[in-house]
Design a protein around this ligand. Sequence first.
Ligand SMILES: [Zn+2]
Length: 209
Amino acid sequence: MVRASEGQSDWIEGFLFVANHIALDFLNTKPILDDGPQELLTNGDALGRWLFASGIVTGSREKAIVHRWSDSDKGDGLVRDLTAFRERLRAAVTRFEAVSLPSDAFIAELNELLTKYPRTVALRKKGSHLTQEEVFDLQRADNLWGIIAAAAADLFSNVDAARVRKCESCVLHFHDTSKKGSRRWCSMNICGNRVKVAAYQSRVRKGQG
Ligand SMILES: [Zn+2]
């Protein structure tokens, strides 16, 4: 169970960012809170706030573009489709964690999205040299699919499956980027300390009994 009051730093604007990978942060938009599973992407407005909190959309001009569609029927419809996709992604991630590939149907769905919403890059000046940056035109809300599909494709092709794990104590998933590769919890603040305290209390009780 995740308590919003704990581990403030793991929460940004009411969303959790503990996964070290945007596809998994997207998956973690339905955590279990005090009163059960909670949908954080409730509507288009919430999706807009998640895009800002995740750092996918930065800059006031870009935010204004998202605001044009986020709090509308279009935004709400997109959220319904995205959250349905998120649950198919959850099944694929669960398989991946068991070192199995996502289903052929899911790979085909991702490929369709990658074709329909191709990545585009642009050159940007960074000091004295040029770098390539991905460009997302979010004038069209649908283009958000390109970002989500690219993130999922990156997860399944560039990340070591042995380093992708579900928290031992809750429903959140993460990419373990620690040196030792022994991370067990979504976050020390959220689950780690609670599990350790419970184990300590259990030892004390047994010692007293
Ligand atoms: Zn957890």
